[in-house]
Write a protein that binds this ligand. Structure first.
Ligand code: ATP
Ligand code: MG
Length: 415
C-alpha cells in the first residue's frame, strides 16, 4: 500500500497519560487510538498485526483439532447463577446491564456458555471428545488498566474449551495444547516460558501460564535458564539463588507478562450445570473439561514491550503489518519511476509492501520507518540507482547493503 494513502499519521510527541512502552510506541506509530483507559481502537496498521496474530492462533488451533465458533457477548444471568459466579470470582469484574427486568452480563469469559452448549448436544461417550474455540472481544472491569494493550477493559481473547470422557484423554490433550501454545508464541517472535501457577480453585495440581520475561510485566516468575522449571512467584516456595529442583542450576527471578493460561477444569462446570454423558458401561458420568486462553491483543503489546529500541518497534516477520518498507528519496522523476516499478513488482509477487511515496525528507521517512518497525527496509535514491541498486537494511540490524535492482525485482526472498 502507498503510505500517502495510509490512514493515521505518526506522532512526534509521546502521549503523556500513557506510561507503558507498548502504548506509547503503538500510539505514536499510528497502530491504535485511545478511547479511554484500557479501551483502544485498532487503526489499519494495528488491525493488520492483530489479525496476523489471530491467524497464527487459528492455524495452530486447527492442528490440534480445534473448531472455531463464535459465542455471544451477551450472557444471561441465570447461567451464571448455576455456577454461583454471577457475583463472585470472575463475575465480580463483569459489566452488567438491565433489559426490562432481566439482567445480562457482557462476557468476561465463557465457561458457563460453552458448558450450556455442551450439555445441549452431548449424549453419549461417542460425542466426545471435542475442542471448540473462539476469538472474541472480552469485557472486564480492570481497576488498573494502565498498561496499554497488556491490560484492556475491552480486549481480544482466544478461548479454547475441551471436553473429554476420561481424565487420561484430557491429560493427553492438555499436553498437546501446551505445545501448540509454545509454537504460537514462537511464531509471534516471543520466548514464552511454560510456568506453573496456582490451581485457581479448579485443581489441587497446577495450572500453567505462558510468561514472557519483560520489564514492563505485572507478574514475577522464578525460572531456570535451562528451561526445565518455572513457577509464578505467587506459589513459589523457592527463591532466586536457590537451586533448580530439576537440574541444580541457579534459579533466577524476573518480571514477566502472562500471554496465555491453560487450566484443567475437571468437573467443576459440568457438575454445577449438569453436563453429563452415558459411558460405554451404561453409566452416567460428568464431562471432564479443560480451558485454554490467549490474549492476542496482550500478545501484541508484549511483542512491542520486548522488541523495540529507542527509535521504535521491531516487528517479527510473521506478525508485521508489512514485510517490506520501500522508501524513495529525493523525489525526482527517475527515482520515483524506479520505486514505482519495484513497488509493482513486489506486489505482483505477493510480497506485502508499504511504499513511502510521500513528499517528505529522507530523515522524516527513515524516522517513521524505524518507528513503525517493518522488518526489511528498501531505499531507492539517485545514489543507489547510479549503481542499478537498492539499499537494503533489516530493522533489527545497523548495517546497510546495496543489492542489484534486477535481483530484488525478481528473485528477492524476504528472510
Ligand atoms: P491476569 O492475571 O493478567 O489478569 P487472567 O488470569 O485474568 O490474567 P485469563 O482469564 O486466564 O487471564 O485470560 C486468558 C488470557 O487472556 C490471559 O492469559 C491474557 O493473555 C489475556 N487477558 C486476560 N485479561 C486481559 C486483559 N485485561 N487485557 C488483555 N488481555 C487479557
Ligand atoms: Mg485477570
Amino acid at each position: 500500500m502507498k503510505q500517502s494513502e495510509l490512514f493515521a499519521k505518526t506522532l512526534k510527541e509521546t502521549p503523556k497519560d500513557e506510561k507503558s512502552i507498548n502504548s506509547q510506541l503503538l500510539l505514536r506509530a499510528g497502530f491504535i487510538y485511545k478511547e479511554m483507559a484500557g479501551v483502544f481502537t485498532y487503526l489499519p496498521l494495528g488491525l493488520k498485526v492483530l489479525r496476523k496474530i489471530e491467524n497464527i492462533i487459528r492455524e495452530e488451533m486447527s492442528k490440534i483439532s480445534g473448531q472455531e465458533i463464535l459465542m455471544t457477548v451477551f450472557q444471561p444471568k441465570n447461567l451464571w447463577e448455576e455456577t454461583g459466579r454471577w457475583a463472585k470470582e470472575i463475575g465480580e469484574v463483569m459489566y452488567k446491564c438491565q433489559e426490562d427486568k432481566k439482567e445480562i452480563g457482557l462476557g468476561p469469559t465463557h465457561e458457563e456458555m460453552i458448558t450450556d452448549i455442551a450439555r445441549h448436544y452431548v449424549k453419549s461417550y461417542e460425542d466426545l471428545p471435542f475442542f471448540l474455540y473462539q476469538i472474541q472481544t472480552k469485557f472486564r472491569k480492570e481497576p488498573r488498566a494502565r498498561s496499554g494493550l497488556l491490560r484492556g477493559r475491552e480486549f481480544d481473547m482466544k478461548d479454547l474449551y475441551s471436553f473429554h470422557s476420561s481424565e487420561e484423554d484430557f491429560k493427553k490433550y492438555y499436553q498437546k495444547a501446551a505445545q501448540a501454545y509454545l509454537k504460537i508464541f514462537e511464531r509471534c517472535g516471543l520466548e514464552a516460558i511454560l510456568t506453573e501457577a496456582s490451581g485457581a480453585g479448579f485443581t489441587k495440581e497446577y495450572t500453567h501460564e505462558f510468561q514472557v520475561l519483560a520489564e514492563g510485566g505485572e507478574d514475577t516468575i522464578l525460572y531456570c535458564l535451562k528451561g526445565d522449571f518455572a513457577q509464578n512467584k505467587e506459589i513459589a516456595k523457592l527463591k532466586a539463588g536457590d537451586k533448580c529442583p530439576k537440574c541444580k542450576n541457579i534459579l533466577k527471578e524476573g518480571s514477566s507478562i502472562e500471554v496465555g493460561n491453560i487450566f484443567p477444569l475437571g468437573t467443576k462446570y459440568s457438575q454445577a450445570m449438569g453436563a453429563s454423558f452415558i459411558d460405554k458401561d451404561g453409566k452416567r458420568k460428568l464431562i471432564i473439561m479443560g480451558c485454554y486462553g490467549i490474549g492476542p491483543s496482550r500478545t501484541m503489546g508484549a511483542i512491542v514491550e520486548v522488541r523495540h529500541d529507542e527509535k521504535g518497534i521491531i516487528w517479527p516477520r510473521e506478525v508485521s503489518p508489512f514485510l517490506v518498507h520501500l522508501i524513495q528519496i529525493e523525489n525526482n522523476k527517475k527515482v520515483k519511476k524506479a520505486a514505482e516499478n519495484l513497488y509493482q513488482d513486489l506486489q505482483r509477487r505477493e510480497i506485502e509492501v508499504l511504499y513511502d511515496d510521500r513528499d517528505k525528507t529522507a530523515g522524516e521517512k527513515f524516522a517513521d520507518a524505524d518507528l513503525i518497525g517493518i522488518p526489511t527496509r528498501l531505499v531507492i535514491s539517485e545514489r543507489t540507482l547510479k549503481q542499478n541498486c537498492v539499499e537494503i537494511k533489516k530493522r533489527s540490524e545497523k548495517k546497510t547493503k546495496l543489492v542489484k535492482l534486477s535481483y530484488i525485482r525478481k528473485n528477492f526472498v524476504i528472510s
